[in-house]
Design a binder for this molecule. Structure first.
Ligand SMILES: [Zn+2]
Length: 447
């Protein structure tokens, strides 16, 4: 009798152990990041000369913490801002390591790239001419942003609970290639990650799309999340109690058309929410298993530009070129010339079903299409605007064609000039590195 009990206990222990080993947990947190102090200077359009006059809806930081059966965690933090900076992500990562033991590679940031959100200093500082007091104010607002991101993660960790995760793919057609060249690629895929409680209650929807959040233009002075903000509101209204998290894709050359009005932004938000809803009604792939994360940093070299060019810009009429030249010459004079851009690349794999590639900067769509082709056997979400947004990241094709994403945008980001032709290979090599680390084999990769 005693022996039978012992065996039963062993079987129970083994069965419980197996359930715990495959059991996924998810926690979700949200925090408003609409600045609560005035004035709010909006980021994204160099032509704006006055601060925001109000808001259409709140903007948010949202966090999704996923934990596998072994207790390994990853957190995805989405934000309704133009782009985060290295200063902000470093601060948040240090805090999350101290508080929750999260390593750098386990923390994934994304910015929706809304052009109706507050300035995130010092991103695009060439476009701003703040007085010292105004700058102090902006820095204080940024501090609030980092605190709210941490609050969202705290809440997500506190609400970790058993969850069912599934993945599906839909499409939405409103993004166009704004360069309008002959070969004008787009990526209309809408990956959707669904999180529900074991009883089926929907808890979170994470979705991705590649399109600039520039439906509203420089004449808009109302804080809002552009079409992505409207899409999240639409989904959260339709599913009370669930959080909707938008992850921006490789939208460097992707934009909405036509645009310019709140009605346009609301309509695109509705279209994207409908695409997500459609995925939720379809059969989705179950996502479970071990979490694997990887983070690497490469350097993207700039083409050398003679100092004479910047000395000439310094005395020219273009105030943006003047400010860029001041920075470049200052860096040179203090012995640390800007020759390249540190570039983080990150990856997350959940079991063998879902893989997220997180690229920094304003990545053009060629990268998403290429990575999806290289790893065609995988269920991929490829995001741009992750971690920090420090410049556009053109592909070799876009670089050779020239134009705004290859060249002129560098002025506003305070960068010295276009990247060298090695830019695409450097990014793809870094992607291959993180993919190897998460156990991903390329289906057809080769330069
Ligand atoms: Zn942009």
């Amino acid at each position: 009798m005693q022996r039978t009990l012992f065996i039963m206990a062993c079987i129970c222990f083994a069965a419980c152990g197996a359930a715990a080993a495959s059991g996924m947990k998810v926690g979700i947190g949200r925090a408003v990041i609409t600045p609560d102090t005035q004035p709010v200077w909006l980021a994204g359009y160099a032509a704006r000369t006055v601060p925001a006059t109000g808001m259409l809806h709140h903007i948010w930081a949202k966090a999704l913490v996923i934990e596998d059966g072994e207790g390994q965690r990853a957190v995805i933090i989405t934000t309704d801002v133009l782009g985060l900076t290295r200063e902000l992500t470093t601060t948040v990562c240090a805090e999350l390591k101290a508080k929750h033991g999260l390593a750098r590679q386990d923390i994934f940031f994304n910015a929706s790239h809304t052009h109706s959100g507050p300035v995130v200093w010092p991103s695009l500082s060439v476009c701003c001419a703040f007085t010292p007091q105004e700058l102090q104010h902006v820095v204080a607002q940024n501090r609030m942003l980092s605190e709210r991101m941490m609050m969202a993660v705290d809440h997500a960790v506190a609400t970790l609970a058993p969850a069912e995760i599934s993945l599906g793919f839909g499409t939405a057609g409103f993004a166009i290639n704004r360069r309008k060249r002959d070969a004008a690629p787009v990526d209309h895929t809408v990956p959707v990650l669904r999180v529900s409680a074991p009883d089926g209650t929907l808890r979170a929807i994470l979705f991705n799309y590649a399109c600039h959040c520039t439906t509203l233009q420089g004449n808009n002075l109302l804080i809002n999340g552009d079409y992505a903000g409207f899409a999240m509101l639409e989904l959260e209204r339709a599913h009370p109690g669930a959080a909707a998290l938008f992850v921006q894709g490789c939208a460097g050359d992707q934009g909405p058309e036509p645009r310019g009005t709140v009605a346009h932004a609301a309509a695109y938000g509705k279209a994207l929410a409908e695409a997500v809803e459609h995925v939720l009604t379809q059969e989705m792939k179950s996502v479970e298993g071990a979490l694997r994360t990887a983070f690497t940093e490469t350097n993207l070299a700039f083409r050398p530009v003679g100092l004479d060019v910047f000395r000439a810009e310094l005395t020219g009429n273009d105030r943006f070129r003047q400010r860029r030249a001041e920075r470049i010459l200052y860096a040179y004079n203090v012995g640390s010339p800007t020759t390249d851009l540190p570039y983080p690349v990150q990856a997350l794999r959940i079991g063998k079903t879902a893989t997220f590639i997180f690229l920094s900067g304003e990545v053009v769509v060629d990268y998403a299409l290429r990575i999806k082709r290289d790893y065609s056997g995988e269920n991929l979400l490829v995001a741009g605007y992750c971690n920090e947004v420090q410049s556009y990241i053109p592909s070799l094709r876009v670089l050779q064609e020239g134009g705004y994403e290859a060249d002129d945008s560098m002025i506003y980001y305070g960068q010295p000039g276009p990247f060298t032709d090695a830019v695409e290979v450097s990014v793809l090599d870094a992607v291959a590195t993180v993919c190897r680390q998460i156990g991903l084999t390329p289906a057809s990769r080769g330069h």
